[in-house]
Design a protein around this ligand. Sequence first.
Ligand code: HAM
Length: 421
Amino acid sequence: MPRFQAPRGTQDILPDMQPYWAAVNNAILEVTRLFGFKRIDTPAFEDARLFEKGSGDTTDVVEKEMYVFQDRGGDLLALTPEGTPAICRAYLEHGMGSWPQPVRLYTTHAMFRYDRPQKGRYRQHTQFDCEVIGSADPLVDAEVIQLLYRTLELLGIKTGVVHLGSIDDPGPRRKYVEQLKEYYRPHLDKLSEDSQRRFERNPLRLLDSKDERDLPFKEGAPKLVDQLSPEAAAHMDVVRQALEAADIPFVIDPLLVRGLDYYNRTVFEIVPEDDERAQGVLGGGGRYDGLMELLGGPPTPAVGFGSGIERLILEMQKNGVQVPEPPKPDVFVVHRAEGAAAVVTKVAGGLRREGIAVVVGETGRSMKSQFRSADASGARLAVILGEDEIAKGVAVVKDLRGGGEQREVPLADLAQAVRSS
Ligand code: HAM
C-alpha cells in the first residue's frame, strides 16, 4: 500500500499551530465587531462561469489556477478561488439590495488555486475576506484599509506597509491603456507568452505579471495615478486624507493594478516591509463598482479585500508574536481498577459536568506509566482511583505542579476539592 500524503500545496494544521489560528480568528471576531461587519459563508464550489465572468477570464486565477470540474450531473463547477464574486452572487440571490445599504460582510473561507507551491503560497489557503456592498463613499475604502491594518495591529504584526493606488474608472482608463500598449509594443518579443497574448485583450495584466521576463519592463511603464480623471483623483484624495487621519502609514504605488479584472479606482495591498518583490502580500483589495452589473445585477458600488491567514501567521512568527498556549486538562485520572470502569467513568463524567477538564488514564497500564502521561498532558492535578480508594468511596487528589502534596477526598466532594486545589 502506498503511504498517502496531503496533496501538494495543501497542509495539515496540527495542534501546535492551532493557537495561532485561534488568535487570528479571535482578532477577526473583534475587528469585524469594531467595524460593524456581519458574517456570511458561501459554498466551497460555485458555477465555474461565476469566476470566468466575475474575476476575469484573462486573469491568472481563472486562466491557470482554477480547479474546474464537471460533476456527475454534468454541471461545470469550480472550487472557490476567491470570495468576491461568490459574495456578490449571494448578495443578488438573496435580495440584499433591499437591506439597509451598504451591507458589510465578512467570511473566512478556503480558497483553491493551482499555483506553484512555495512558502506562503499554497493550493489551498484560507482567506479573511471583507466586502462592503452598496456604497461609493471613499471613506468606506479607507475604512476597509483601516480594518485590515487594525487586524494586523491586533495580531502584533508591525511590519505591514499599505501600498495604495488607483486604476481610475474603465472609461477614462482607455487613454492610459493605449499609452501602456505603446510603451510595451517595442518590447513585445521579449515578454512572456502570457503577456504577449494579453497585450491585445487585457494590457493592464502586463503590470501584474510575476514572470521574470516581464519584470524588467514594469519599472519604466507609464503611471496611471499621474493622470487620473478629476473624479478618481478626488476619490483618491479623500482616501489618503482619511488614512492620514487614522494614522495608517502608506505609500503610493503608481503601478499597483492587482490580479483581478473587476477593480476600479482604489486598489491597495499590505506588504511586509522587507518584501521588495511583494511575494508575501498579506492582504489586498479595492473598489469594484462594476462587478455587480457584470453578474446581472443593478449598478451597485462596492469595495473589499482578502487576506491570507497562513501568511498572517507566518508574519506573526517573523514578528516573534507569542500566542496563548492551548488549554491543558485540569485533572488526569490515574486508576488501577480492573473491573471498575463504571466508577472511573462516573467520576470523570461528574467532574466534566462541573466544567472541569478531565483526561482518563488507560486501563491496564501501570500507575507509573499513567503518571508519565499525566505529566505529559500538562494537567494540574492527578485524581488517583486505586482499588483501596474505590472500596472506601474516596479519591486521592495529587498536585502535579507544585510540591506533590496529596490528600484523600470523598468522591462526593471531589469537584469542590479540585476547584480549591
Ligand atoms: P487576492 O490578492 O487574489 O485577492 O488574494 C487576497 C490575499 O489572499 C492575498 O493578498 C494573499 O494574502 C492571499 N493569497 C492569495 N493567493 C494565495 C495563495 N496561493 N496562498 C496563500 N495565500 C494566498 C482576492 O482574492 C480578492 N477577492 C480580494 C478582494 C476582496 N478584493 C475585493 N474584495
